[in-house]
Design a protein around this ligand. Structure first.
Ligand code: AGP
Length: 605
């Protein structure tokens, strides 16, 4: 989960590399570095911390050269200091790497015995050393090829060479890598967004591919060293829009966009005049689906948990939701009559990709639900459903979660309708509620100030709990994840009915507790669970569409949601969860878009 850039041009490249690194900072921001080729020698500069630190170094001591590579790091091997920052260079070679080399210890020993000395604690440095060693006896292509064949693990690489003054090399196995086409210059980047100001013509490396970028051409090779051609994609304008505008941070912009993005997503999949869901080419006939398996990580996993409730409610199909890092290694009984759905905002999450690969290798029917349509998961899936949320830059996922839920809901209803599992009235009722959701989201967004006021209750809390039952339980989990990642306060999402089986012991006088209590069939039970918490000193923030006054005296604060069909209340419940995490983090002075220790796109295991 680092970011890689490479540029070969007929003009100085360092400022363009730095600009692209800034766009990649969402992938990692604990150190940064750059190498350029300047009059036959490799000029490497690096530092711990953000790209702005690197900029200061370059301001004092500019890097010169028409060709170079850059890196932002999310540490896997070795603490985030200057020595471990990328690039890793010898006199001959300079390398930037995203991913993990699993056999790096073994390779280190092998090359130490040949007399090489390693400076860093990283796994990456072995790549530099192996390449340097091969170049003593082999030509460029064979050196790259043989080096790649020695590496076990996942990686995307960018490399420059002292003796090959006109080339930047890129290679991919497991971690994403894009190339961009320019006039008399070509580019390498961890994603197309990094290259957006330089080009809108992009190709993607597939697993095992490597490429040689020259000023006027790009050569692609596959894992067999055979020259190959690549499809060129033209990026749409939307992919080019990812600016903060007047917003303080990307997260507040992305939260605010949710009414619009939901509307857009509904518009893409729902024929509103005929109440028809336009999702075709499902890779398996809906009436023949035996089971649905949903696989994802983090927030995307929570959207799968939500879909599990919907699939159980609206269809007669058996359903499981799995965390990808578990699913990929478990002895899951895979079946050709099951539909496998992989959900990912980035479409690059290593565990989700590996889980998809596992199913593809067995010839199973796969569906990818992604935000980034050119992503690896989208390209590998048999069938792709984009969520149409537009670029999401804040590390904490917000509008993508709402988009994932919407696509999963519409897919569920489509399958349900095709199987005649849902009666016409029920279907029509849900569709009419879906149509008005964007306006209800807008209404809920307008109540941000109320949550901002209550946020202060949480800043000194040792910990907190989010409680929900039924459809609210996945949202409780998502709310807790959001608070953890943004404000570093310990938070857990619990099924409210589970409290008495242990977690109730944690409740102390004054502990802030969030209770999600939409007026659904669980409402009374949730209220009883809430009373148990209040009786033990919990200070409750209740989120509900219930309008009765009875409970008010016991509750610290009640956030009133607009009324909606309880089966889809998840969309509205999510919004105060996002606001709460955002405002607590803001009050604690946390970095909203770049929380500590995290990165947006998790391309390592
Ligand atoms: C969400 O706020 C997180 N940052 C994280 O859990 C994220 O949802 C997860 O890493 C999965 O990412 P993906 O959707 O890009 O696959």
């Amino acid at each position: 989960m680092c970011g890689i850039v490479g540029i070969v041009s007929n003009k100085s490249v360092s400022s363009s590399i730095v600009d692209a690194l800034k766009k990649l900072e969402y992938r990692g921001y604990d150190s940064a570095g750059i190498s350029t080729l300047n009059k036959g020698f490799i000029d490497e500069k690096k530092c711990s911390g953000r790209v702005e630190n690197l900029e200061k170094i370059l301001f004092e001591n500019p890097s010169i050269g028409d060709l170079g590579i850059g890196h932002v790091r999310w540490a896997t091997h070795g603490v985030p200091n200057k020595i471990n920052a990328h690039p890793h260079s010898t006199e001959q070679v300079s390398v930037v790497h995203n991913g993990i080399i699993e056999n790096s210890d073994k390779l280190k020993k092998e090359y130490e015995s040949k007399g090489y000395i390693f400076k860093s604690q990283t796994d990456t440095e072995v790549i530099t050393v192996i390449l340097t060693d091969y170049l003593k006896t082999e030509n460029l292509i064979d050196s790259i090829y043989k080096t790649l064949n020695k590496l076990i693990g996942s990686f995307a690489l960018g490399v420059i060479f002292k003796d090959f003054e006109d080339v930047v090399v890129g290679a991919r196995r497991g971690s994403p890598l894009a190339v961009g086409y320019g006039h008399n210059e070509n580019f390498l980047g961890s994603d197309s967004y990094a290259l957006k100001t330089m080009t809108n013509k992009i190709s993607y490396l597939d697993d095992g591919d490597f490429c040689l970028l020259y000023k006027e051409k790009i050569e692609f090779y596959n894992f067999d060293k055979k020259k190959i051609n690549k499809k060129i994609f033209e990026l749409s304008n939307e992919e080019n829009i990812a600016e903060k505008g007047d917003y303080k941070d990307f997260m507040s912009k992305e939260i605010d966009e949710q009414s619009y993005t939901t509307k857009k997503c509904i518009h893409e999949y729902l024929d509103q005049s005929r109440n028809k869901i336009n999702i075709y080419n499902i890779p398996i006939n809906p009436s023949k689906i035996n089971k649905i398996r949903l696989v994802a990580c983090g927030t995307a996993y929570h959207s799968c948990l939500m879909a599990k409730y919907w699939i159980e409610e609206f269809t007669s199909i058996d359903v499981e939701a799995d965390i990808a890092s578990e699913f990929r290694y478990r002895n899951v009984k895979l079946n050709k009559d099951d539909l496998y759905i992989f959900v990912s905002q980035s479409g690059e999450t290593a565990d989700t990709y590996a889980a998809l690969e596992k199913c593809k290798k067995r010839g199973l029917k796969t569906c990818g639900i992604v935000n980034v349509v050119e992503s690896s998961i989208a390209r590998l899936s048999d069938f792709v459903l984009p969520i149409h949320a537009g670029p999401e830059i804040g590390v904490a996922s917000t509008k993508a979660f709402i988009g994932q839920m919407m696509v999963l809901l519409l897919l569920t209803l489509k399958i349900s309708k095709d199987r005649n599992d849902l009666n016409e009235n029920n279907y029509k009722k849900l569709i009419s509620e879906i149509k008005i959701l964007p306006s209800l989201i807008k209404k809920t967004l307008s109540k941000q100030k109320e949550i901002q006021q209550i946020a202060r209750d949480f800043i000194n809390a040792k910990g907190t709990m989010y409680l929900g039952r039924g459809y609210s339980y996945p949202i409780a989990m998502e709310g807790a994840l959001k608070l953890k990642e943004l404000s570093y306060i310990h938070a857990e999402g619990y099924a409210a009915g589970e409290m008495k089986h242990g977690p109730l012991a944690l409740i102390e006088d004054g502990m802030p507790i969030v209770v999600l209590a939409p007026k659904d069939r669980f409402f009374e039970k949730t209220i009883s669970n809430m009373q148990e918490v209040i009786a033990r000193g919990g200070k409750v923030l209740m989120i509900t569409n219930d309008t009765s006054e009875i409970l008010n005296e016991n509750i610290r604060f009640k956030f009133q949601l607009p009324d909606t069909d309880s089966r889809i209340s998840a969309f509205l419940l999510t919004i105060p969860m996002q606001f709460l995490a955002y405002h607590v983090a803001l009050l604690k002075n946390c970095d909203i878009d770049k929380p500590r220790n995290l990165a947006k796109s998790v391309t390592v295991e």
